[in-house]
Write a protein that binds this ligand. Structure first.
Ligand SMILES: Nc1ncnc2c1ncn2[C@@H]1O[C@H](COP(=O)(O)OP(=O)(O)OP(=O)(O)O)[C@@H](O)[C@H]1O
Length: 709
């Protein structure tokens, strides 16, 4: 029978904690072990009192030991842990590794859990009858076990008094069981949780058959069977776990055929981009390098597209890579139109292109004195109504949908307002410029006129929340309709460009093909909680005319509470930030892992200058390129620029009451004001959720009202 060697994610993490010299030895050992775990050179030793009698220690060198699970049945060896002799043995005593009888997934968890004291919150609440307020009182023990809870914990968990107490079990329970219980406690319906945590087609689980268990989705988040090539890659530091260990909820959406467009939602850091990258690889593999069969991976921002290309290069073969085109949607439009001899300059609604600004100025000169509407109103009306619905004449404008616009306009008022838009259209034409939504429409017109066949087998869209109607209509047109055609990932909570869309209205029906990712791999739970609180009680859409919620969204990591620094002046704030950056550097942090984020360019630059004066190198995050992580320097960026990116340590500076929300927005329209407020909150939320390890927020004077301490 073939020998199978698997590695747990924990083993790889354990390697990274060792001194460099030892890491090398472990790597050599693993290569030897992988080629023949039965070789006489490998010393297996029984571990007295190990939680699992199938655990053995193996000798790496004089001082270090690996912990291996060698089940009785089959020919499977699983490398679980590595450490200094005594610590490795202690680890084996503290950990259990078993196949769950219901889900069939291999679980690694604490061998014992002590009775946990109710949380301080709970004990401080006078007269509260603990036993009557169980967190899981709606569920039976059996139901919890169905979701992956090990039976030995069932009594304790079913009697759990509150969330705070439950959270203290995080590092004791298997990750899958903890997550599933957490989502139940957050109010996610049982069936939905079961769908995510049950392994497909597992009926009769043989709890001794590790070979069968290793290939189940639920096991693959933590264990991988290694062949030589994969092993070599994996042992190459720095290790990026997402390359190998997809969460079952990610794997379920990535590795399967879909009978039409799919929409995947998920809070910041839940691995949407990672899922989309793996999806691109999976689709490309199925194309088998056939020329002219292509997958398009598109994003909203240019720098994210470059980032994604780099990631694809890490996981795809040459052939797969040759089938994937990665480009942000606007560049795609530019390239397509250029190939088709398009004669217009492309601009953006509201941008500073002098020809566009002048055209708009002339259009506003035609404002009717009979209408008391602000210039801003016309700007928004143009973008949100006229461009959104591709309106080109008066008659269409009179019939136009104006949902979500606060100021009502009757027929006569629309006719009067139209004079501005009519002039703008004339000016754009006269100056040979087009706004991007028009350019997208022109792409469609060209495709129709030239009868161009769909160019892609599949399109993958990242940052789906920021793409507008025209972008989706164009996407619909360039991809072959049918199996695996469109895969969209996005998060309405991160919409910062106000390009709302209703997919169904763009010919993209996601009925029955909508999924959600819930596990945040990036930020700590402490940062996540603060970032989510910025969007409390605001309504966020699901890209298809429904509502999305940030309930049932968990971070697996814990860390320091975000620090909030209030100062009295700019120089005090700058000093405080510089001091902390110097402390981080002294503690070993690399400058390129630190990002300073500001709401505006001028605040960014002001802080950038202070950092330079203090001798700290800075590096501006640009819109149009990949961040060269080898270039030294603290990253400095506006909030818009950091979307989709991540940094170990994030400083959000200038979080003053007067700056966030930005005060340059004037409108009497309550709907516009609400929308403005929402996108300002989304911007802050995006900036906060870039932080992997630490988040520091600072202000001068009063802190923005978006943050409640
Ligand atoms: N299965 C996984 N295992 C380990 N790490 C993962 C996994 N999936 C994602 N990650 C990590 O989590 C972080 C966030 O992932 P990703 O950027 O895909 O999230 P996202 O949902 O697209 O985030 P955002 O919407 O905030 O941009 C990254 O550091 C990524 O490497």
């Amino acid at each position: 029978m073939d020998v199978q060697v698997a590695i747990s994610q924990d083993f790889l993490t354990a390697i990274l904690r060792l001194p460099r010299a030892q890491q090398k030895k472990v790597n050599q050992f693993v290569s030897k072990f992988r080629s023949d775990p039965l070789s006489p050179g490998i010393n297996y030793e029984k571990i007295n009192d190990a939680a699992n009698s199938d655990m053995r220690s193996v000798r790496i060198d004089q001082a270090y030991r690996g912990i291996v699970l060698k089940p009785n049945q089959g020919n499977v060896y699983i490398l679980l842990w590595v450490d200094h002799h005594d610590e490795a043995y202690a680890w084996a005593r503290r950990h259990q590794c078993k196949i769950h009888p219901k889900t069939g997934a291999i679980q690694l968890y604490a061998s014992e859990i002590n009775e946990v004291e109710p949380s301080v919150e709970q004990t401080n609440t006078p007269n509260k009858d603990v036993s009557s307020v169980g967190l899981f009182e709606k569920y039976t023990k059996q139901q919890l076990i169905e979701l992956g809870l090990p039976e030995e914990f069932a009594d304790q968990i079913v009697a759990m008094p509150d969330m705070a107490t439950f959270e203290t079990y995080q590092d004791k329970l298997p990750n899958d069981a903890f997550e599933a219980m957490y989502f139940l406690a957050e109010g996610i319906p049982y069936e939905e949780v079961l769908e995510d945590y049950r392994n497909n087609s597992v009926d009769d689980v043989d709890t001794e058959d590790f070979a069968a268990a290793l290939i189940r989705e639920g096991s693959k988040r933590r264990f991988v069977v290694v062949d030589d090539e994969a092993l070599e890659q994996m042992l190459d530091a720095p290790l990026e776990k997402w390359r190998v260990f997809l969460h079952p909820s990610q794997r379920k959406i990535v590795e399967r055929d879909w009978n039409g467009p799919v929409r995947v939602l998920g809070g910041a850091g839940t691995g949407k981009t990672v899922a989309a990258i793996h999806r691109a690889k999976w689709l490309a593999a199925s194309l088998d390098g056939v020329p002219n069969k292509k997958v398009l991976f598109t994003t909203f921002t240019k720098n994210l597209a470059s980032d994604i290309r780099e990631h694809l290069e890490q996981i795809c073969s040459h052939t797969e890579l040759s089938s994937i085109e990665t480009v942000n949607i606007d560049s795609w439009v530019h390239q397509f139109l250029k190939r088709n001899n398009y004669n217009y300059d492309i601009v953006y609604p509201g941008d500073s292109n002098p020809k566009r600004v002048n055209s708009w100025k002339r259009a506003l000169d035609n404002k009717s004195p009979e209408l008391d509407l602000s210039d801003h109103f016309y700007e928004e009306e143009w973008k949100l109504v006229i461009q959104e619905q591709s309106i080109t004449d008066k008659a269409e404008y009179i019939r136009a949908r104006r949902n979500g616009r606060g100021t009502r306009l009757n027929r006569k008022e629309r006719l009067l307002a139209w004079t501005v838009f009519e002039e703008y259209l004339l000016q754009l034409n006269h100056n040979k410029i087009k706004e991007m939504p028009d350019a997208m429409r022109d792409c469609i017109a060209l495709i129709d006129a030239k009868n161009i066949k769909p160019m892609y087998e599949s399109v993958i869209v990242d940052e789906g929340q920021d793409m507008g109607t025209q972008a989706y209509e164009l996407i619909r047109r360039i991809v072959q309709e049918g199996k695996n055609d469109i895969f969209i990932v996005g998060d309405g909570h991160q919409r910062i460009y106000r390009n709302k869309v209703v997919l169904g209205r763009c010919g993209i029906s996601i009925l029955g093909r909508s999924r959600k990712l819930r596990v945040n791999y990036r930020t700590t739970e402490e940062t996540k909680k603060l970032a989510v609180s910025v969007l409390n009680n605001v309504h966020v859409d699901d890209l298809d005319d429904g509502e999305d919620t940030s309930k049932g969204y968990i971070s697996l990591m814990h860390g320091e509470m975000p620090e909030i620094i209030t100062t009295n002046s700019f120089s005090d704030e700058a000093d405080a930030v510089i001091e902390r950056i110097e402390q981080l550097e002294a503690a070993g942090a690399k400058l390129q892992d630190i990002c300073l984020v500001a709401r505006t360019k001028s605040i960014r630059d002001a802080f950038g200058q202070e950092l330079s004066k203090a001798g700290i190198t800075t590096y501006e995050v640009m819109a149009n390129g990949v961040d060269n992580r080898h270039r030294e320097g603290v990253r400095i960026a506006t909030m818009h620029r950091v979307k989709g990116l991540e940094f170990q340590n994030v400083f959000i500076v200038g979080c003053n009451q007067q700056t966030i929300p930005l005060q340059n927005f004037r409108s009497d329209d309550p709907v516009e004001l609400r929308e403005h407020e929402l996108s300002e909150r989304a911007l802050l939320h995006v900036a906060m959720t870039r932080a992997m390890r630490s988040l520091t927020i600072s202000c001068q004077g009063q802190l923005t009202r978006f943050i409640r301490r």
